[in-house]
Write a protein that binds this ligand. Structure first.
Ligand SMILES: [Zn+2]
Length: 189
């Protein structure tokens, strides 16, 4: 059940760009964040169908992506919000599939081999959610831009075969900001 959006009444859905929105949606679902971090998150108009599909993706990925967080709130998020969701009976399927997909592996961290836990994730769902987010952020930041049926929004992973670029990009970030863009371009070349 959705709360009817008043904030963007009459606007077109920022996600499908096809129908009049009937709800307001946080581009980044509030529950991805600790309660103290939930202020001023961008919102966009959304139709019920888009809002519903996005919410279903968020429900699952709020749990799974929590295991990969490297940000300052990641540990607290995992031990409070994610743990609470895993205890919720409504998320029993997600919890069951999560347990079945857990593996241990070795990864290199700062030159040291470190044991890590991995979880199985349906990357197609991550891409679908981030397509919604990309469209929502474009609408929010660039004066209500709508990517209609003639536009393609594509999400690409910077993991797997692209991991080398990620490592090089991280290296570039540690340099002075003015040099970072140049360094990244050079690495990509
Ligand atoms: Zn829509």
């Amino acid at each position: 059940m959705f709360v009817t959006g008043k904030k963007f009444e009459g606007e077109t859905c920022a996600y499908c760009c096809e129908v009049t929105a009937t709800t307001d949606d946080h581009v980044f679902a509030r529950k991805f964040f600790l309660e103290v971090q939930r202020a001023n998150l961008p919102q966009v108009p959304a139709c019920e169908r888009c809002n519903g599909e996005k919410a279903a993706l968020e429900t699952e990925l709020m749990i799974l992506l929590g295991f990969g967080g490297r940000h300052d709130d990641a540990q607290e998020n995992l031990s409070t919000l994610v743990a609470h969701r895993l205890e919720n009976k409504a998320n029993a399927r997600i919890a069951r599939e999560l347990r079945a997909g857990v593996k241990r592996t070795w990864v290199m961290e700062s030159g040291l081999a470190t044991q890590a836990l991995t979880v199985s994730i349906d990357w197609a769902k991550v891409e679908r959610l981030f397509c919604y987010i990309a469209r929502g952020l474009a609408w929010h930041h660039f004066d209500r831009v709508l990517f209609g049926a003639d536009c393609v929004v594509q999400v690409a992973s910077l993991a797997g075969n692209n991991a080398t670029h990620v490592r090089r990009f991280r290296g570039g970030q540690s340099q002075r900001a003015s040099a970072s863009a140049t360094a990244l371009d050079a690495h990509k070349a």
